[in-house]
Ligand binder design. Structure first.
Ligand SMILES: [Zn+2]
Ligand SMILES: [Zn+2]
Length: 251
């Protein structure tokens, strides 16, 4: 089986119990990070993700709550002796900004730094991000404030599918991305420009025919959690839960 671990679940402003949203998808051959935020090495260790099994980094978009952990993670694994290449996947906009950010940190002067081949993913529904023995991962441009990619992870061994909306308004491409997915992880920041409410996430899950909806990227406000789950359940009609930091889902 493969698993996804939610290493953080908060929208832009985190809390003690909720770091900014990022996750790891792990199969038999290793794992991929999807975005990278707070204290990545500490959180990967706590989640039982062995660093030598890190196969690549997928960046959905270049907002600080999704990339703030990238430079320190890359720096830490270099200091800990990584020599294997670490591929980076994202839209062209992300690749350019990633390279510019690493230039600011003078990565060209880090002696013996492993290679980081950057793969620009085309901005189209179903664009191939990567494929290995465990997964076929595709992307779709979603509707956010900057170029942003949602991802669909097909487990080639189990046939199960996980979809993740990233940050987005309710959008047809997310319905395509999540078509018949076993698990849809959808943002639920709020009904505002570039984002979705829990009820809107439920509506997308219903239209996609998803098996199960996991709400993520929400504002840490415990008194509202129950209401959000109710609202999403009402529009979806299937099982809904609120992602927690270090939550795990098999697929
Ligand atoms: Zn965000
Ligand atoms: Zn964002």
């Amino acid at each position: 089986m493969a698993r996804v671990v939610t290493l953080g679940t908060a929208a832009v402003v985190p809390s003690e119990a909720h770091a900014n949203t990022y996750m790891a998808v792990e199969g038999e051959g290793g794992f991929f990070l999807i975005d990278c935020a707070a204290r990545p090495l500490v959180r990967m260790r706590r989640a039982g993700l062995a660093l030598d099994r890190l196969r690549g980094l997928i960046i959905t978009h270049f907002h600080p709550d999704h990339v703030s952990g990238v430079p320190i993670m890359l720096n830490n694994i270099w200091l800990l002796g990584r020599t294997d290449p670490l591929p980076i996947y994202g839209l062209q906009d992300v690749v350019e900004r990633f390279e510019a950010m690493m230039d600011l940190f003078r990565w060209y002067d880090w002696p013996g730094l492993y290679d980081m081949p950057c793969h620009a993913v085309p901005e189209e529904v179903g664009a191939l991000v990567l494929e290995d023995n465990d997964f076929r991962i595709t992307g779709a441009p979603v509707k956010h404030l900057v170029p942003t990619m949602g991802v669909r992870v097909e487990n080639k061994r189990s046939g199960k599918v996980l979809a993740y909306s990233s940050d987005t308004e309710p959008y047809d491409a997310v319905v395509e991305l999540a078509r018949d997915a076993d698990i849809l992880i959808h943002e639920a920041a709020t009904n505002t420009l570039g984002h979705s409410s829990a009820a809107q996430a439920g509506e997308i899950a219903r239209r996609a025919g998803a098996g199960r909806l996991v709400l993520i990227h929400y504002r840490p406000s415990p008194h509202k959690y129950g209401r959000w789950v109710e609202e999403a359940t009402a529009t979806f009609g299937g099982p809904v839960e609120l992602a927690q930091d270090f939550g795990e889902y098999e697929f």
